[in-house]
Design a binder for this molecule. Sequence first.
Ligand code: EPZ
Length: 441
Amino acid sequence: MDAFTIHGGAPLSGRVRVNGSKNAALPILAAALLTDEPVTIRDVPRLADISNMLRLLERLGCTIDEHESNGMRGLTIDVEDESDNTAPYDVVRTMRASVCVLGPLLARRGMARVSLPGGCAIGDRPIDLHLRGLEALGARITLEGGDVVARTPPTGRLIGKRLFLGGANGPTVLGTANIMCAATLAKGTTIIEGAACEPEVVDLAKLLNAMGAQVMGAGTPRITVEGVERLHGATHTVIPDRIEAGTFLIAAGITNGKVTLENCPSDALVATLDQLERVGVHVMALPGRTEDPMRETVEVQCERRLKPTIVTTQPHPGFPTDLQAQMMALLCVADGNSVITERIFEQRFLHVAELGRMGANLFHQGPTVVVSGVRELIGAPVMASDLRASACLIIAGLAARGQTTVRRVYHLDRGYESMEKRLNSLGALIERVDEKQLVEI
Ligand code: EPZ
């Protein structure tokens, strides 16, 4: 397994491009199952999670052709064999997002068998809302040996319905993706009340409509889908990754750097930019570079002393849970006490103990952590536990005095492409090593 050794203290400076969004690309790739015509997706990042999804699509009868245009990685997915409808446990357990093949498979092939995802480091990951939504559309759902088996009604086609998809912790992003995809081929009209409003849902709807679907209201809590008989092929460029962009902005902030970010989805980061501004991390759009607020070129400049703030994670457009850990690292060195409350995944705090090993002063109680700012963090050996916790620890290591070793960076590789190379291009001092090479000091 790989680890990062990080020598902290270097302010980041320079220019980096934000890649296409992992969390947009995953359900978008799954949506290719809704047609037997080729679907081309551009700006797909090279990530472990994406590779897992491509392997799953191949097991579901797809051929995948990789190409490049304008420096962006493109994939053309062509469904050639629709006989296998199973997403097996060995795939789903490594990537929970595999669940987003459920809706497309069911709607297109009339039957889907998807292994129930287990829990993960950030907590239980139920899919009860996905299943209730599909049942509302007439699906017959059974649990067989740890698998969800979903079948269309005897007519072979789902039936449009008005349904409520919200859960105790707010809307479900991949649940909304699953129901929206399934509804595109249903008979009649579907209204999804309590839908997730995330930009990734909007991007998926844009692809579905390019494929001939009739999806209205994506990005609002009420999505309407007029079912059609079939969908056709399309070409789509994935929106930039707002979580990767936020991660770079925070890394620039904690190192008191000056970084230019290209392809920044500022319009999907308003709550995050608001918090960064409060703390003293100023993000300015460079004039005249683009008129697309989802693909801006921005420059980050920071105050020397950062100010504390109060952050509560919420469904979009609130502050994203996927930036909670990274923001915590930043606030560890702010000048005062901050409060972070996690409302989406209440167990998403495995990075707290690791930050404490680096001298952070954190008080965790239930869904809340009080962050009492310290003058500096001290480098130490730490362990990544999940994707965003690994980003948090790397950010902390960039600012810490001395050397930080982050183990199990395979978590990071799930969601960030060549992160050490891109941070090093901004002046960071990160080396990727085999954990076996590490001698505990
Ligand atoms: C998506 O996960 C993202 N993943 C997550 O990003 C992100 O943290 C999450 O949305 C919330 O924004 C992808 O898009 C691939 P949810 P998803 O269903 O859809 C509960 C990352 O770091 N819930 O929106 O699986 C659930 O437990 C990842 O990139 C139910 O109770 O999350 C949670 O508390 C991590 N029943 C809340 O809803 C359900 O059936 C939101 O979960 C589904 C969800």
